[in-house]
Write a protein that binds this ligand. Sequence first.
Ligand code: FAD
Length: 414
Amino acid sequence: MASDRKKVLIIGGGFGGLFTALDLANDCDVTLISDTDHFTFRPLLYEYLSGEVEAWHIAPDYKELIDDKINFVRGAVEQVDFEKQSVTISTRDDSFNYDALVLAVGGVTNFWNVAGAEENALPFRDIADADELRNQMTRALDMISPTLAPQDVREKLTFAVVGGGASGVELATKMSDLLTDAFKQRGLKGEPRVVLVEMSDRLIPGMGEEARSYVEKALLETRIDVHLQTRVLEVKPHSIVSEHNGEKLEIETVTTVWTAGVKVNPLIEKLDLPKAENGLILVDQTMQVQNHPNVFALGDIAKVEEVAPTLNGTAQLANQESALAANNIRAFFDGKELKTKPFEELGEALSLGTHNAAVLVAGNVVGGSLARDARFALYTARLPTWHHRLKVGASWFFEGTTPRPLQPLGYTNN
Ligand SMILES: Cc1cc2nc3c(=O)[nH]c(=O)nc-3n(C[C@H](O)[C@H](O)[C@H](O)COP(=O)(O)OP(=O)(O)OC[C@H]3O[C@@H](n4cnc5c(N)ncnc54)[C@H](O)[C@@H]3O)c2cc1C
């Protein structure tokens, strides 16, 4: 009977939490608590922005993914009592008890206390963020008359992306292709401008030279205006103030999108657990929180000393950790020895606009439309559940993944 089974409470239904829940569903009494009603496959959020994929492909409702073997509870966890082994959430008065707890609440955007950034810049982590950005791009285009002079158009259609990591590069190239395509469709003169601002002297630190030159070529082709060694001092509602080599520069923008960092979820800040300087929970190689044998932490909130720095903060790490945590939770209940496992770098696949991508494996790079297709195939395989993978794979195969243009608001094509 279900009541004889050990209770596993999993907080957060992302790459760490959802995959652990699915893995343990047959063996334990699993409860998954999440503050949203859907999973988000974040690596394809750029394709959602451009309309290459739909929300149901990358952000399926949990009810589509889990059956009645997993109890799903919607709500934000507010506190954990590690002594009483109980958890309280925002939507319920009662608390939830556990035999083993999995913390997998992920990160939130880090605005680094830059003046006006939190108030005026858009984060880019969720479906709602992508919807808002797409709306802002469309509204800005709708304001441009075909008779406006090219130099005025450029000024009125400048978007800034802050952060030159993989996320900033992928987002900037996608935005540029979408806007350029809309220009053609609407018969506008001139061109839009996407500014990519990065504080260090290079984009995507940690990337090999061959890949870097491919990415730089793609940025040139999509005409992204790259500003390296440039620190953002302030984000205003319609401009961004930055500093380069001691000189201040203010650029007018439609909007600024912030991809320049992730910090731990505020819930983790509240919890009295061993932590690293940056607030990440210190976790043993078994995925157990140090000195808390029945508490496991994974993904963007966990720090395992032995993990390669380039893997930290990635879905591929959270995914591998979830499999190890599920095995070790079973071993923990069975009184067996808990295992450790080296986490592998599975390669990276970068989106570089609506028709280009780069797949990076073991220092080699494959680019172009072939890489774009490979990226879709790779990510189909990494979606949760066979059923969902098959549905999405079939949809992409039969219906295609053509971008959805930024049509004037109010336009319908059926
Ligand atoms: C735009 C973007 C693109 C990315 N692309 C890639 C990529 O190409 N490759 C790659 O490897 N990684 C990529 N990443 C990083 C990757 O998405 C994360 O590393 C991964 O999602 C971490 O998994 P997680 O389980 O720790 O957190 P998440 O997947 O973020 O899941 C956390 C879950 O916890 C829920 N939650 C938060 N707080 C609470 C609370 N208090 N109570 C209950 N539930 C809560 C959240 O709603 C969410 O569902 C990308 C990230 C972003 C934002």
